[in-house]
Design a protein around this ligand. Structure first.
Ligand code: ACO
Length: 331
């Protein structure tokens, strides 16, 4: 329960998308697919791919600088950096530590959260709790992923879906008691680990010549299974978050769902009984950017003027684990 603790709020947002664009037409030259198939089955038209020699923290840095500027703050004002990512620059240390050094933040503790596409929501919920308990005042919360680095570009069932990007928000005490993060809900179900995973590169199956030859460092997925469970889970967790915030779906001005597949989003909107005019969609331009998807869409929605002061926004996400979550925020 939230109790009587002061609320936390999102004080600034920022995002970064790499400049290199891969269109569906370009993918037609790589695998047996078509723009028509990808568009009708997913809604995706193009995605961004991070240039070689750059890592997840490089994208995160640009998004973070913009979020800090938007919040009117500097890196020295931060107490924590929490990054949702499954594509860190190194197996260790965390990309949050890499980012901390890039930003020149000096009095922080920084760590990554591995919850795949739900990583940003998990990081946001942690930051919200830390601020509300008074342990910290300001956190930088980032979702940054470069899934292009984990794709088998010969597998048409996965390589068409994903893209790279980063989104960041600054979380701190709400200046106004009515505004801020009203609720967060998180869930996992570890019985589906192998429905969506990268088989090798961890302690169970370290990198070897054989694992590379078998393409086991790339995403393996049962798309149909993910699809079904994603819709059901995001619907359920969104309702829980709305209940906890004591907000009805009619009071929500904008839903910002994880950008995985337009068909997942429309099915979710139907279940939630929300018109698509109240649902943020940008996956046509970026594909599924994993942990970056929700914060990038949030930043774009704000820049497009789709979120006004006092508006209630519902965020939700679903990803590997399975891990999923939702948050209700009054801006
Ligand atoms: N181009 C052309 N044909 C294709 C392609 C492609 N890119 N991919 C698959 N096909 C073929 C299949 O081989 C199949 O052919 P067949 O009937 O001859 O066997 C046919 O198209 C239909 O394939 P399905 O898998 O049934 O297609 P479906 O409508 O389920 O769409 C998709 C597949 C897009 C993957 C969908 O299931 C989906 O979006 N699932 C969710 C995936 C997802 O979001 N994953 C990420 C979760 S987030 C995270 O944590 C990373």
């Amino acid at each position: 329960m939230r109790g009587s603790h002061p609320r936390s709020a999102i004080l600034g947002t920022g995002s970064e998308l790499p400049s290199r664009v891969i269109t569906n037409a370009a993918l037609e030259r790589l695998v047996d697919t078509s723009d028509q198939w990808i568009t009708t089955r997913t809604g995706i038209k193009e995605r961004r791919v991070l240039e070689e020699g750059k890592g997840t923290a490089d994208m995160a840095y640009r998004a973070a600088v913009r979020a800090l500027k938007d919040a009117g703050m500097e890196a020295k004002d931060l107490d924590a950096i929490i990054m949702g990512t499954v594509t860190p620059d190194y197996p260790f240390p965390s990309s949050a530590c890499v980012l901390e050094n890039m930003l020149g933040a000096r009095k922080v503790f920084s760590f990554d959260v591995n919850a795949a596409c739900s990583g940003f929501l998990n990081a946001l919920a942690i930051a919200d709790s830390l601020v509300r308990t008074g342990m910290i005042r300001h956190a930088l919360v980032v979702g940054s992923d470069a899934l292009s680095r984990m794709l088998n570009w010969k597998d048409r069932t996965t390589c068409i879906l994903f893209g790279d990007g980063a989104g960041a928000v600054v979380v701190g005490p709400s200046h106004d008691g009515a505004r801020g993060i009203l609720s967060t809900r998180l869930r996992t179900d570890g019985s589906h680990v192998k429905t969506l995973y990268v088989p090798a590169g961890g302690s169970l199956k370290p990198a070897s010549a054989e694992s590379v030859r078998k393409n086991e460092h790339t995403i393996a997925m049962n798309g149909k299974e993910v699809f079904k469970i994603a819709v059901r889970s995001m619907d359920g967790i969104s309702r829980e978050a709305l209940d906890e915030a004591d907000v009805s779906i009619d009071q929500v001005s904008l839903v910002i769902p994880h950008q995985a597949n337009l068909r997942i989003i429309t099915a979710l909107a139907e279940r939630l009984k929300v018109p698509m005019s109240k649902v943020m969609v940008n996956l046509d331009r970026y594909g599924n950017t994993s942990a970056a998807s929700v914060p990038v869409a949030l930043d774009e929605a704000r820049k497009e003027g789709r979120i006004q002061r006092g508006d209630i926004v519902l965020l939700n996400a679903f990803g590997a684990g399975f891990a999923w979550g939702a948050a209700v925020i009054r801006f």
